[in-house]
Design a protein around this ligand. Structure first.
Ligand code: NAP
Length: 205
């Protein structure tokens, strides 16, 4: 098992990119605010009239409807409930996300069970925090972090960086999803979501 910490990552890579977080619930509010406070350009994609719209606005985030929010994004992180993701992806994300962008998930369900079959040009990554969203947020606020599992499901070798986790930046501790959790006696890693980033995959940025 390979564990990555902040020191292994180059945060400048994600700071050059635009990240859209779709959803502002448990995970969405944590990812969006942690990234924003880490200096990353973040837009939140939501449905107008939903309860989250005003909450995200009040937090000082840029909020747009999903189709609009994903248009300029280099990374789109799907943080709405798993059962809502296929329709949102098909109707709002796929027709609008730009070519070569990265599609990110915090759970493997949609991809593993083919609920979403991403467009061929998109990179697909997972950054799955091993904690509820409010803990992802509260640990970040305290200056700590949590463990995340990360996996690059689809990324052409030519686009991989030599850096172990360029985008894991602020991150974290990226652990291949197929590995077991680290020992409790070992130093506690911090999570990418905890810090600025929301991806844990090697990029050639
Ligand atoms: N919860 C966790 O601790 C946890 C841990 C690890 C991984 N995950 C994964 O993280 C992902 C998100 O889970 P979650 O628990 O954070 O979700 P959640 O809190 O239930 O998400 C609710 C948010 O999604 C928005 N939303 C729902 N349907 C939408 C739609 N069609 N279009 C736009 N926005 C919509 C809601 O907006 P409104 O206010 O408009 O309803 C709200 O902001 C899932 O893949 C889950 O498996 C979750």
């Amino acid at each position: 098992m390979q564990v990555y910490y902040d020191k292994d990552c180059d945060l400048s890579l994600i700071k050059k990119r635009k990240v859209t977080i779709v959803g502002y619930g448990s995970q969405g509010h944590a990812h969006a605010n942690n990234l924003k406070e880490s200096g990353v350009k973040v837009t939140v994609g939501l449905r107008k009239g939903g309860a989250s719209w005003d909450k995200a606005k009040k937090a000082g985030l840029t909020v747009k409807e999903v189709a609009d929010a994903v248009k300029d994004a280099d990374v789109v992180m799907m943080l709405i409930p798993d059962e809502m993701q296929p329709e949102s992806y098909k109707r709002e994300v796929e027709p609008n996300i730009k070519k070569g962008a990265a599609l990110a998930f915090a759970h493997g369900f949609s991809i593993h069970y083919n609920q979403i079959v991403p467009r061929a040009d998109l990179d697909v990554i997972m950054i799955a925090p091993k904690a509820p969203g409010h803990t992802v947020r509260s640990e970040f606020v305290k200056g700590g972090g949590i463990l995340i599992w990360s996996r690059s499901t689809r990324m052409p070798p030519a686009r991989r960086s030599k850096s172990p986790c360029p985008m894991l930046p602020p991150l974290v501790a990226a652990v291949p999803a197929s590995s077991r959790p680290p020992s409790r006696t070992k130093p506690r890693p911090i999570c990418s979501v905890n810090r600025p980033c929301s991806a844990a995959a090697p990029w050639n940025w």
